[in-house]
Design a protein around this ligand. Structure first.
Ligand SMILES: C[S@@+](CC[C@H](N)C(=O)[O-])C[C@H]1O[C@@H](n2cnc3c(N)ncnc32)[C@H](O)[C@@H]1O
Length: 271
């Protein structure tokens, strides 16, 4: 297996894979001859690490035999059946970059219902679809018809992806298509992104649900320091009953980007 281009130097990155006190359950796969020594659950449910000559972040392919954007696949025997994983490139996905950067929680997990704003052609959406599995759902909103065509093709093969070709600024236009969700993930790269997430949260995010927002500093203010832009967005979130819990930058994969994870309308603390 040639993992060139997606190989990771884990020691250099934010996440301490070995020393985190977490038991890494192997999935009982023999990767010998494939260049992998095993696929392990990473501390985030539904996300795996293929360990080998070059380690790689992977998700378990919901549609074995199919790549979505030319990514590498690895198929291995698991008893009588086969399990296939797809490489997840952090240079092409901010969510993957956040995971490799050491984010504690993404809340996107098997069985979760996710509203994904800014789905583009479905690159990251496809990995979210792998993670949530057939018990979960991904409502994928994208307003570009060109990207939307690719997204619809992804959804034809992935029954847990519901493409919504609409402007995320107008959630009332797609309210009939979408149920309540556990998580909103937003990567629309718009100056009013926080307001867009807040509007969608009012319609669709359950109380105590979570949001993940990827912020590209120069989309919001190209004249201010990125840290000042991130701090301003965090203040805006707080004003919308969105309580940020974690923030990290996406270096070395993306420059001047941050991801903020938080909880929406947290229930009052019990006395
Ligand atoms: C940075 S790209 C998203 C990349 C994608 N998240 C991925 O990882 O594959 C931003 C996308 O958001 C879409 N977008 C921007 N504003 C939007 C809006 N108001 N409603 C829906 N989609 C929007 C753009 O068309 C573009 O495809």
């Amino acid at each position: 297996m040639d993992w060139d281009g997606i190989g990771m130097d884990w020691d250099r990155l934010g996440r301490d894979w070995e020393g985190n006190g977490i038991d890494w359950p192997g999935v009982g796969i023999d990767w010998d001859g494939l260049g992998c020594t095993g696929a392990h659950l990473c501390p985030l449910p539904g996300v795996f690490i293929c360990r080998g000559r070059e380690d790689a972040l992977v998700t378990r392919n919901l549609v074995p035999g199919e790549s979505v954007y030319g990514e590498k696949r690895i198929s291995v025997e698991d008893g009588d059946s086969k399990v296939e994983y797809r490489a997840w490139n952090p240079f092409r996905s901010k969510l993957a970059a956040a995971i490799l950067g050491g984010i504690d929680q993404i809340h996107i997990q098997p069985g979760a219902k996710v509203l994904y704003l800014g789905a583009a052609s479905g690159t990251t959406v496809s990995h979210v679809s792998d993670i949530v599995g057939l018990e979960g759902l991904v409502y994928a909103v994208e307003f570009s018809h060109r990207s939307g065509r690719d997204l619809i093709n992804v959804a034809k093969k992935r029954t847990n992806v519901i493409p919504v070709i609409e402007d995320a600024r107008h959630p009332h236009k797609y309210r009939m298509l979408i149920g309540m969700v556990d998580v909103i993930f937003a990567d629309v790269a718009q100056p009013d992104q926080t307001r867009i997430v807040a509007l969608n949260a009012q319609h669709f995010l359950r109380r105590g649900g979570h949001f993940i927002i990827s912020i590209k500093a120069n989309c919001i203010d190209s004249t201010a320091a990125p840290e000042a832009v991130f701090a301003g967005e965090v203040r805006r979130m707080a004003a919308e009953r969105m309580r940020p819990q974690e923030q990290l930058t996406l270096e070395p994969y993306e420059r001047d980007h941050a991801v903020v994870v938080g909880v929406y309308r947290p229930p009052p603390k019990e006395k």
